[in-house]
Design a protein around this ligand. Structure first.
Ligand SMILES: O=C(O)CCC(=O)C(=O)O
Length: 262
């Protein structure tokens, strides 16, 4: 899939590009069916919610141990737009599934720029990477959607960050209250809402966060983080599932590959 000049301009202007229904219902069903076995894994790659250890908060690296998610990460519908947006080949720096379980188990996320941890911890030189949010479930207003501050990438990398130990083994750098208020007043806040299979290409320094999911429904999003090859990380402190060290340029697979698993 090639993005149009208008779509590229929109990404650059707003800091994100939302593509509703990029995956069809067969592809979504394959991914949804795979999810429970990923969340049930016993390893450190699964981070649990603090208040409910039966609920997963994040599942890192699923594209490395799940065939459906491996294929998802290599679809031309995803890889080609990234090559356009970044102007070069990409590798996958990190993937994380956020299942955002219902009944309040899926807790909130402080306002942050994803790039902070990659820069401070992983040594990523520039914010030349894209966070691709793939909706595994419908994301509605009731299910605590991802909230973004459009255009906030224009303020660059914010040094007003504070370390917040979010869960065992996972740190989040969130922005301070004053900066958040200024950005929200200036640019507003937008919820990312759409059916399962929608995909959002987000700039890595767009400020975002989310509230507790108090609905009874799960709201899973798979975040695939692609980095420009020339921007590879220099630190290897974090484990394989948070900071991938294979900088080989990704080659897209057949666009039917995920659907073929249904
Ligand atoms: O999916 C969400 O609710 C927020 C997750 C998030 O902000 C992140 O993983 O960086």
């Amino acid at each position: 899939m090639q993005l149009s000049a208008n779509q590229i301009a929109q990404y650059e202007e707003e800091g994100f590009l939302f593509c509703p229904g990029l995956l069809d219902s067969q592809e979504v069903a394959v991914l949804q069916e795979e999810l429970p076995s990923i969340l049930a894994r016993p390893g450190d790659e699964i981070i649990r919610e603090k208040e409910d250890s039966t609920a997963a908060r994040l599942a890192f690296g699923a594209h490395l141990y799940s065939e459906p998610f491996r294929r998802l990460s290599l679809l031309p519908r995803i890889i080609q737009p990234l090559q356009q947006l970044l102007g070069e080949d990409v590798y996958l720096h990190q993937s994380r599934m956020n299942p955002k379980e219902g009944f309040g188990s899926g807790e909130s996320w402080e306002w942050h720029q994803d790039y902070s941890a990659w820069r401070v911890v992983d040594g990523m030189p520039e914010p030349r990477c894209v966070m691709v949010a793939v909706f595994i479930d419908d994301c509605t207003a009731a299910k605590s959607p991802l909230l973004v501050i459009p255009r906030s990438h224009r303020d660059g990398f914010l040094d007003s960050i504070q370390l917040h130990n979010d869960a065992d083994g996972y740190s989040l750098y969130h922005i301070d209250r004053q900066t958040f208020e200024r950005l929200a007043d200036q640019y507003g806040i937008e919820p990312l809402i759409g059916p399962a299979g929608s995909v959002c290409f987000c700039h890595s320094i767009v400020v975002h966060g989310s509230a507790n999911n108090v609905s009874p429904w799960r709201r899973a999003i798979m975040y695939l983080i692609y980095n420009a090859i020339s921007n590879a990380c220099t630190n290897a402190d974090r484990p394989w599932f948070q900071n991938h060290r294979d900088f080989t340029p990704l080659v897209a697979i057949d666009d039917e590959s995920l659907r073929q698993l249904s």
